[in-house]
Design a protein around this ligand. Structure first.
Ligand SMILES: Nc1ncnc2c1ncn2[C@@H]1O[C@H](COP(=O)(O)OP(=O)(O)OP(=O)(O)O)[C@@H](O)[C@H]1O
Ligand SMILES: [Mg+2]
Length: 284
């Protein structure tokens, strides 16, 4: 139990203390235009963290176009579980192209990956593993990870059932764009979104995944919200003229209608730092 105490920032014996209201506040306040995703995540994480003896690890798979908030939501989950947030030594982010670049080494990676996951859950059962660009991972390694996530999966005494695994990818993103486009063209609210696309995305119907979470393409009004939030985070007085300039400068798609930001809210912070007019520092 000592190990759990070390990695947790709330009473380790009483998981009901997980601050689900704080997670809800973060998701509602910081994530724009992703109602379906935030509802699923809030319900899934709160239920999982309230269960001291979950039967299997929580496995979430986030899908959607680039810059729509997949990494942000993973970060917000970490922030509400660990005192150090996503900088906690119990939050592990793996990017296959970076960590497992050589197909010739796949057998060695497989052994390392198993040992590494096992070591981490032994040190902290409530560890969190985020696999970015999971679609680019060698299928042998994907199978290795998935084999650890079934009910009753134990490897040499290490038990993964209290851990959280999150897979991130843009797979299925285009289908989500098409469905959101249909809604927007009809003048309907994106909150009316309900999955009617090929779901879960082709090639990812993994039985170990508890929830396939859809992230929709963002519209210019969401990019505006990201811009104003970024200004506020920097202690600047929100400047509508500068924000308008920035969002008008972003690329939009599809060619006909230009309904969605081609890179979501990605690069908003960078553009604020480097381009166009700059907001004034806040007084006081
Ligand atoms: N829906 C959103 N609400 C608020 N901020 C957002 C949203 N989507 C993206 N952002 C902001 O835009 C930047 C990029 O977002 P993020 O890294 O979460 O995108 P992503 O979906 O993981 O993209 P990729 O597939 O390219 O990794 C971050 O600074 C994030 O805070
Ligand atoms: Mg990301």
């Amino acid at each position: 139990m000592r190990e759990i105490e070390r990695c947790f920032h709330f009473d380790p014996l009483n998981h009901i203390n997980f601050p689900s209201q704080r997670l809800e506040y973060d998701l509602r306040k910081r994530v724009f235009g992703q109602h379906a995703a935030t509802d699923i995540v809030l319900r899934a994480v709160s239920q999982f963290m309230a269960d001291p003896e979950p039967p299997k690890p929580l496995v979430l798979s986030f899908h959607g176009p680039t810059g729509t908030g997949k990494s942000l939501v993973a970060q917000l989950i970490a922030r509400n579980i660990y005192r150090q947030g996503d900088r906690s030594s119990h939050v592990h982010v793996l990017t296959p192209t970076q960590h497992f670049p050589l197909n010739t080494q796949v057998e060695a990676y497989k052994v390392q990956l198993q040992q590494w996951i096992r070591g981490n859950v032994s040190a902290c059962p409530r560890s969190m593993f985020i696999f970015d660009e999971i679609d680019l991972m060698n299928p042998v390694l994907t199978d290795t990870v998935l084999s650890l996530l079934d009910h009753y999966a134990h490897t040499e005494g290490a038990c993964h059932r209290r851990a959280i695994f999150i897979f991130l990818s843009t797979v299925g993103g285009e289908a989500l764009v098409q469905q959101t486009l249909a809604l927007v063209k009809e003048g309907r609210d994106r909150r009316e979104f309900s999955l009617s696309v090929q779901w879960p995305p082709r090639g990812m119907k993994w039985s170990q995944v508890d929830f396939f979470v859809p992230f929709l393409p963002l519209e210019s009004k969401h990019v505006l919200m990201c811009t104003l939030a970024e200004m506020q985070a920097r202690g600047l007085v929100p400047d509508m003229a500068a924000a308008d300039e920035l969002i008008n400068d972003m690329p939009y798609a599809p060619q006909e209608g230009k309904f969605f930001s081609a890179c979501g809210c990605k690069n908003v912070a960078l553009r604020l730092s480097t381009g166009g007019r700059h907001a004034e520092p806040q007084q006081g």
